[in-house]
Design a protein around this ligand. Structure first.
Ligand code: ATP
Ligand code: MG
Length: 180
């Protein structure tokens, strides 16, 4: 499985519909300061369920929506889709391509979709669990996080290995079952 494409509209500096293709293997994004490189990684984190505005360098969730410029009106909503190649069926769906979408409007309406069908954030999280992608997984390592791993408490560090080993899904289900 790999990320094939990211499509954004109204997300941070990406006012216009922007589509970026990724090949299998290594991709580097280069560009001048302030050109939107970090915004791309934040768009990925956002779709994967990031709920903290602060970790997206904002004060409130609205801050992910294009705020307008001298010659452009602000956007009404932000929408980002991540399109994964699923020919290896790592994501538990019998299709070759899985698109995960998140949309957020200024009125505060939040929508999540898997292959254009509305779903809950929970459905998306569960689909990604143990695949190595996901909001809290090791697939996105931000500045400062490497030190954090070494200075973490043992049980927090254990979580990283459990996600890598693929047991997180079962632990979560057990926790849910115990709640009932
Ligand atoms: P650097 O090389 O300095 O790390 P970068 O390429 O990572 O730069 P980003 O931090 O991704 O750049 O982009 C920052 C730009 O995005 C700023 O110009 C900022 O004004 C713009 N930006 C952030 N949020 C919004 C928003 N909601 N609406 C419009 N523009 C935004
Ligand atoms: Mg940056």
């Amino acid at each position: 499985m790999h990320l094939k494409r990211i499509e954004m509209v109204g997300f941070k500096s990406f006012a216009d519909k922007t589509s970026i293709d990724f090949d299998a293997g290594f991709t580097a994004i280069v560009g001048p300061n302030g050109s939107g490189k970090s915004n791309i990684t934040e768009a990925i984190k956002w779709v994967l369920g990031e709920q903290s505005a602060k970790s997206l360098r904002g004060r409130k969730m609205d801050d992910v929506i294009f705020a307008g410029a001298s010659n452009r009106k602000k956007a009404h909503y932000a929408q980002v889709s991540l399109i994964f190649d699923n020919t290896d069926r790592l994501l538990n769906m019998d299709v070759d391509e899985v698109a995960m979408t998140r949309r957020y409007t200024r009125s505060g309406e939040s929508t999540y979709m898997i292959n254009q069908k509305n779903c809950r954030l929970k459905d998306m999280t569960e689909l990604m669990m143990d695949t190595g992608i996901g909001r809290d997984s090791f697939s996105i390592i931000s500045q400062g996080q490497v030190e954090a791993i070494f200075t973490q408490k043992a049980e927090d560090r254990r979580g990283i290995f459990e996600e890598a080993a693929g047991v997180m899904k079962y632990k979560n289900r057990k926790k849910e079952a115990e709640k009932k």
